[in-house]
Design a protein around this ligand. Structure first.
Ligand code: PXG
Length: 455
């Protein structure tokens, strides 16, 4: 687009465009930044300023920007068959082949895929499927889903209900009935004097307590992200997932692993459940499935659930016009081919993930840093007003935003969740680009130390 047209875009945007997750009054006053081009790990605004995108768009551009082969695959598919539905006994080649390809990458039981257009829709899909599953088995009272405070599962009514963001619940009388929340395994902020390992067990046992309180015959499923993303890259203690798995097995609760961020290589495994060594019953996916080039999501469904859906349920009255859209599926297939061909999962596991880990550790000693954690290319730096006591800043959101803005002004895009600074770069990021991102954050931390001695 010519620069003249771009220069006017911010004003048009303020006049006509309501943005997601935004305070529109404030945004219109400050003006939107127009992102008009991208290549590799870099994005460019309409003034031509370049930024290192250490956040992969919104946790999603795993193969990086500017992949012509994905554009070509979408273009070819659009010419061949731009659309057809999957409803009345039909399928399309890319959607079927994509289901097969995804199933070849998952844990042993997840051999089936139901397609959606986003992670939020995937939350709605598995939520309904879990209830339908138990009803078909004659256990129609098993309807309650247990989720976690500060989890994120999307922005639809089901997604926002399953998520544990209080401020989202306050808008629109959520959660809906049948969703309850237990605590998250956020040791740094909530672990007190316990060791991380003891805390991991304690928090996992809250699931058992909740099941016993509600009654095993009332609980359909437990949902969690392998590592919470939007909640602040909360890496659970090593004891957490094995204990969760034990409890779900013991009480016959479906275990749902939300893989929307952790899937497709981010943790140095194809999926987060593989990193933590458990085999879930259902798993929503999106984001890295197409690296964000086109919107597509889905739910991975285990043999156990698929068998009941196929043999007992009959018609599942659920689906979207664009489920498994052939153009999006063709783009996703090419995206996965790139991840395979370039060995990006192994690269994250063996090379660039450990490199980011070491780089982040160089910030761990900083007096404003409480902890620096990462798994694969998902990392967080926790800010603290007092290292020794793990005291938080009085206004964590404001402090995180200040640090983030400092980084952005200096050419590096990071995300702040409250007082945690988050990394989730494209899986192709180089070592020198990791250095640039971490050094830029380091300078922002020095600035914080020198300018905000607030307690
Ligand atoms: N599950 C998880 C774990 C997610 O991270 C969704 C479901 C919903 O996906 P869709 O495609 O409907 O957005 C997500 C999305 C943030 C942020 O600020 C994170 C997400 C979405 C918007 C903002 O970190 N994650």
């Amino acid at each position: 687009m010519p620069n003249a047209a771009l220069s006017n875009l911010a004003a048009i945007d303020a006049a006509h465009h309501l943005h997601p997750f935004s305070d529109m009054g404030k945004l219109n006053a400050s003006g939107t930044k127009v992102i008009s081009r991208a290549e590799g790990v870099h994005i460019f605004d309409s003034n031509g300023k370049q930024y290192l995108d250490a956040f992969a768009g919104l946790w999603c551009v795993n193969v990086g920007y500017g992949r012509k082969s994905i554009a070509d695959a979408a273009y070819a598919q659009m010419q061949e068959l731009p659309y057809y539905n999957l409803f009345f006994g039909t399928t399309t080649p890319p959607s079927t082949l994509l289901a097969q390809k995804i199933a070849s990458k998952t844990g042993p039981s997840l051999n089936h895929v139901f397609f959606t257009n986003s992670g939020s829709e995937a939350s709605d899909t598995w939520f309904r499927m879990a209830r339908v599953y138990w009803k078909a088995l004659g256990k129609e009272e098993k309807t309650i889903v247990i989720a976690r405070k500060n989890g994120y599962h999307g922005s639809t009514v089901a997604g926002a209900s399953l998520g544990g963001m209080k401020w989202m619940h306050e808008q629109g009388n959520l959660p809906i009935p049948g969703v309850v929340h237990i605590n998250q395994p956020y040791w740094y902020a909530e672990g007190g004097d316990l060791s991380p390992e003891d805390y991991g067990i304690k928090i996992a046992r809250e699931l058992e307590d909740k099941i016993l309180e509600l009654g095993e015959d009332k609980v359909a499923a437990f949902v969690a992200e392998p590592i919470q993303g939007a909640g602040g890259v909360i890496v659970p203690p090593s004891t957490y997932w094995p204990e969760i798995k034990r409890i779900c097995d013991k009480y016959e609760i479906l275990l749902v692993s939300d893989e929307v961020i952790c899937g497709f290589g981010r943790l140095g495994s194809w999926f987060g459940h593989q990193h933590y060594g458990f085999d879930p019953d259902l798993a929503p996916i999106a984001k890295g499935l197409s690296s964000g080039y086109l919107p597509i999501g889905g739910v991975l469904v285990s043999d156990r659930v698929a068998k009941v859906m196929k043999e007992e349920v009959g018609d599942f009255y659920h689906g979207y016009t664009y489920s498994g859209h052939p153009v999006c599926a063709a783009a996703a297939l090419e995206n996965i081919r790139i991840i395979e061909e370039e060995g990006l999962v192994e690269r994250v596991r063996d090379d660039i993930g450990p490199y980011l880990h070491t780089a982040l550790q160089s910030l761990a000693g900083h007096e404003c840093v409480g902890e620096a954690v990462s798994v694969g290319l998902m990392g967080a730096v926790q800010l603290t007003a007092d290292k020794a006591t793990r005291r938080r800043y009085a206004k964590p959101d404001d402090i995180g935003t200040l640090v983030r803005n400092h980084c952005v002004e200096n050419g590096v895009i990071l995300r702040a969740t409250g007082d945690r600074m988050l990394f989730s770069p494209p899986l192709i990021i180089s070592r020198s680009e990791v250095d640039q991102a971490v050094e830029t954050l380091g300078r922002a931390l020095d600035w914080l130390r020198d300018n905000h001695r607030e307690g």
